[in-house]
Write a protein of this length. Structure first.
Length: 273
């Protein structure tokens, strides 16, 4: 962030510039024809990116699969169930493995998993293609289900704690994973998995941010000098006097928790201990 863009009188604060010049932290101004020409060049790259994404998806559909014990135990609202039962009778299952800090309060639970899970709103489109979706929490069912209730999520939620070593064999336990399964009768097979930025497949917020002039406003991005880059998907949403429209929340929690607290929901995960 340059000194100029950090000025409280910067673009978000209503700064002005010399006639014909943009305010600090703003793109250059061009006429419509120049704008359309530049956008056209970018559009060609976007279309190539889309076609490459289609080709990668086609290759993904041709991966081999590996069998997983269909009887591995999960814990749900009615007690133990099997991995096969988590399919809910559908042919495919997508499972998000939610990281968990046993015994820690809601404010200290995984911000990345909270971000990813908050994006999942509507499951009927998946169901229409014979796909179930569920969260497999890596912690105990009781505490984690209370977190689910605090957040107001309504997707199927299970604890995979008893079977996590087998479900994530060969992978780092304690890191979130997005895993795809298919069943053939009573047999279950793993067809794909990803982690870290691969979980952005669940997200629409970042996809929309990427279309805007300031992008995600995160420090790792390649942005021009003067662009705001104080934000994160993790705790508070950032913000500074130079960018007053950015909400400045109190610190110390995943962003999505604040509206739940404002709505009066309890984040006590110890009930029933």
């Amino acid at each position: 962030m340059t000194d100029e863009s950090a000025n409280p009188g910067g673009p978000a604060g209503g700064a002005t510039s010399a006639p014909g010049l943009p305010a600090p932290g703003m793109p250059e101004v061009a006429d419509r024809a120049t704008f359309q020409a530049e956008l056209g060049r970018l559009r060609a790259r976007e279309k190539a990116h889309t076609r490459e994404g289609d080709a990668i998806a086609a290759a993904r559909r041709r991966l081999p699969m590996t069998e997983v014990d269909a009887g591995l135990t999960l814990t749900g609202p009615r007690g133990p169930l099997t991995l096969l039962e988590a399919f809910e009778g559908r042919r495919q299952l997508i499972a998000y493995y939610f990281m968990w800090w046993d015994g820690h309060p809601a404010a200290e639970q995984c911000e990345g998993c909270t971000w990813a899970t908050t994006q999942v709103k509507e499951l009927f489109y998946l169901h229409s293609r014979d796909i179930s979706y569920a969260v497999f929490c890596q912690g105990p069912y009781g505490e984690s289900a209370r977190y689910r209730d605090f957040m107001g999520w309504d997707m199927p939620w299970y604890s995979a704690q008893d079977s996590i070593d087998h479900l994530l064999t060969g992978r780092q336990i304690g890191l979130f994973h997005l895993v795809c399964y298919v069943r053939d009768g009573d047999r279950v097979f793993e067809t794909y998995w990803t982690t870290r930025r691969g979980a952005e497949a669940m997200d629409y917020s970042y996809a929309l941010m990427d279309l805007t002039v300031y992008g995600r406003q995160e420090t790792w991005e390649d942005s021009p000098p003067g662009w705001p880059q104080q934000c994160s998907n993790t705790r508070t949403g950032g913000g500074s006097p130079a960018w007053p429209p950015v909400p400045v929340w109190p610190g110390g929690r995943p962003i999505a928790q604040w509206p739940r607290l404002e709505a009066g929901r309890s984040d006590d995960l110890t009930a029933g201990r």
